[in-house]
Design a protein around this ligand. Sequence first.
Ligand SMILES: C[S@@+](CC[C@H](N)C(=O)[O-])C[C@H]1O[C@@H](n2cnc3c(N)ncnc32)[C@H](O)[C@@H]1O
Length: 242
Amino acid sequence: MKRDPVATAATRARYDRNARLYDLIESPMEQAAFRRWRKQLWAQVPGGRVLEVGVGTGKNFPYYPKDARVTAVDLSGRMLEQARRRAIHQGIAVELLQMDAQALAFPDGSFDCVVATFVFCSVPNPVLGLSELRRVCKPGGKILLLEHVRPESLWLGKLFDLLNPIAVRLTGANINRRTVENVLRAGLEIEAVHTAFFGIVKCIVARHPAAVVGTPVALAMERGLPQPSDEAVRDPVVRGSG
Ligand SMILES: C[S@@+](CC[C@H](N)C(=O)[O-])C[C@H]1O[C@@H](n2cnc3c(N)ncnc32)[C@H](O)[C@@H]1O
């Protein structure tokens, strides 16, 4: 899977350009529905170490769980500037970093949960980006996505394909991404998909797939490893590493 530096630079430039007007442009949809969906998505975040990818101007800040330690990244420096202002204004404790979702600078398994809202419509290589989310999430950890996708209806789907180049040029976002399929392609397990707005918006609850159920002894023998201590044997659920 390749990262296209030209497409990535173009995406960054588009969001840099739109950063100051972004909240204003999105405001009608935000009031009508996005707020409610964000709240529902974040209510499923278990706390612990959380990564928000594509934080944008920080619209999710009000929904961060109190017991979470959140790191948030974005490709666009200008979007991050807006997020920084909002974090100060709202008194939100968040570590903000400029980073590409396609090449996250975190070690494997760094986070208990990874969240992204309306991001994988604009990441140039979404499968590469989603694979990075899987990599930095702990084995068995949750990955929660809120995304607009290509409509399932045949004719609406074709119409969105047709209009996509205009949407990309204007907003930087693709309107015909098949994000549920991309999540599977990235090697994640899907637990649930909730659909809204004529099938265009999806809330995807996915998991890092490395939750292996079995006894530690059986697993250790299978892998040719030394057998674990008696204490470990009492816990029948093992989270595998890969
Ligand atoms: C439509 S905005 C959504 C922002 C925010 N998540 C929200 O819900 O309002 C998409 C965001 O994803 C960011 N983005 C796009 N490609 C990215 C990438 N490869 N890595 C990190 N962030 C990216 C953009 O800079 C932008 O801030």
